[in-house]
Design a protein around this ligand. Structure first.
Ligand SMILES: Nc1ncnc2c1ncn2[C@@H]1O[C@H](COP(=O)(O)OP(=O)(O)OP(=O)(O)O)[C@@H](O)[C@H]1O
Ligand SMILES: [Mg+2]
Length: 465
């Protein structure tokens, strides 16, 4: 707590009273001294005289409100001389929490300070809450509640406000570029450029001139000098997509640039200093590529400082309903067909498909379903044929990972019942549970009639087809 009061005797009385009630108090006996303590200490509460010899107390109020940084804005209580209530009103309008009249009545002072302390604690809680919320929503575009995805989000949070080099691994369509962009936006370079380059799409020579730029006349067709992506990304993030497809000779030059922080344009002699954060992605097994001599081990070590391994969609099927909803809303919005939903049967079909193209494929399938259906509820007939039939995964247990125990139990009970033609005694004995338990589960899962084919266990189809 900071007390600014140029009546030294009054300052001492007030200070002692507050210290007796357990506050830590700094006394400032001039306005100038008060302002410098305010900046230096970042107090929770400032008690200031409105009329100081060297300063208008209003200035203290304004400075409190303008103070930013690690501390919360200090609360301000002003003390006015007798008959200057008008000044107190102005101070309150400027953001002071309270005013006290001289001579200060000590019990009222204590009450005021208690009220201010409550206010301060409340603001502090709010700040803490906001930080937690910021953390939760720092990666708003990345959906996923399964443990596999939560592990990914944990890693992202850990590196969010750093400059670390990150290697993003994952099959095609698992969200590697999405993650790279999110990391850039969450990081300290968010206001600087994010520059992507797809290393697989370009021939060796072109790749190098894209990365490092070239001088005029460096090669046939180089009619003008051109900046490369490294320079374009200066101060920001360079995203090297499909880095596993980079030719070995380019890898050597990339590594040199990363180690030295300097690049040389193709056809130039002088190095140029660049400051880039690197995020790289690949769908290849880089460790295997290193073993086969297709990827430099030293570059691999340089890139994989932090590795984010994105799980394929089939290993996080628990996220599929949420993703499908998300893409449904997006597609419905884009095509002006609001109010659609996915039927349980259609969702069951989607849950059984293997999703070789992962989240991107799901996005495309859902968009097609939206476009092809007239009904507000997307039925199983809207699921593309290939996604309906090619789906059955060979390994029944693997296909079940990502589903909840309840869900698996429902499927198992349903299928067993159908296999035994609805004979509950037989089904209970196969399932290893009592008939009573079976009855309860039938009720719980709403399995009254014969099960429909749509809710078949994936493994069964796999064995039959
Ligand atoms: N967890 C997720 N939440 C929401 N959308 C996602 C998620 N993962 C991927 N997507 C979406 O799926 C699509 C494909 O993602 P992205 O392009 O990032 O994949 P990729 O791994 O870079 O694929 P490729 O290897 O083919 O380049 C994008 O539209 C992306 O927004
Ligand atoms: Mg990509």
């Amino acid at each position: 707590m900071l007390v600014i009061e140029d009546d030294v005797e009054h300052a001492r009385v007030v200070g002692e009273a507050l210290e007796r009630s357990g506050h830590r108090v700094t006394l400032a006996t001039t306005g100038a001294q008060g302002l410098s303590r305010l900046e230096a200490d970042g107090p929770d509460l400032v008690l200031t005289d409105l009329r100081l010899a060297d300063l208008d107390g209003m200035e203290v109020v304004r400075r409190c409100k303008a103070l930013r940084g690690d501390h919360a804005t200090p609360q301000c209580v002003v003390v006015t001389g007798f008959g200057t209530v008008q000044g107190a009103v102005v101070a309150m309008q400027a953001g002071a929490l309270h005013f006290l009249q001289k001579p200060v009545d000590l019990p009222i002072l204590r009450q005021t300070v208690v009220a201010a302390a409550e206010r301060i604690a409340l603001e502090r809680d709010n700040r803490a809450l906001r930080t937690t919320l910021d953390k939760t929503f720092a990666f708003p575009g990345i959906l996923g509640q399964t443990p596999a995805m939560q592990r990914v989000l944990d890693v992202l949070h850990q590196v969010a406000d750093t400059d670390a080099t990150v290697l993003v691994l994952g099959e095609s369509g698992t969200g590697k570029e999405l993650v790279a962009q999110a990391l850039h936006r969450a990081g300290p370079r968010r206001t600087r450029p994010f520059v992507p380059l797809n290393c697989a799409a370009l021939a060796e020579g072109v790749l190098e001139s894209e990365l490092f730029g070239h001088e005029r006349g460096a090669f046939t067709g180089a009619v003008a000098r051109r900046k490369g992506r490294f320079e374009a990304a200066d101060g920001g993030t360079l995203f090297l997509d499909e880095v596993g497809d980079m030719p070995l000779s380019s890898q050597a030059k990339l590594l040199r640039a990363l180690e030295s922080g300097e690049i040389v344009r193709v056809g130039a002699n002088d190095p140029i200093r660049v400051n880039v954060r690197l995020i790289a992605a690949t769908n290849r097994d880089l460790a295997a590529a290193v073993r086969d001599g297709r990827f430099r081990e030293d570059l691999y070590f340089r890139l994989r400082v932090v590795t984010v391994d994105l799980p394929p969609l089939r290993e996080r099927l628990g996220d599929l309903p949420m993703l499908a909803e998300h893409f449904l809303a997006m597609a419905a919005d884009r095509h002006g067909r609001p109010g659609k939903s996915i039927s349980r049967e259609a969702l069951d079909l989607l849950m059984r498909y293997r999703w070789p193209g992962n989240v991107r494929e799901l996005r495309n399938v859902v968009e097609a379903m939206v476009l092809l259906s007239r009904d507000p509820v997307l039925g199983p007939d809207t699921v593309p044929v290939y996604a309906r039939e090619a789906g059955a995964p060979p390994d029944p247990l693997k296909s079940l990972s990502g589903r909840s125990l309840d869900e698996v139990e429902r499927i198992l009970v349903e299928n067993t019942l159908r296999d035994v033609g609805g004979n509950r005694e037989r089904a209970a004995s196969l399932l290893g549970i009592s008939e009573r338990t079976l009855y309860r589960k039938i009720r719980e899962y709403g399995l009254s009639g014969p099960a429909s084919t749509e809710s078949d266990l994936p493994a069964r189809e796999g064995r039959e087809t």
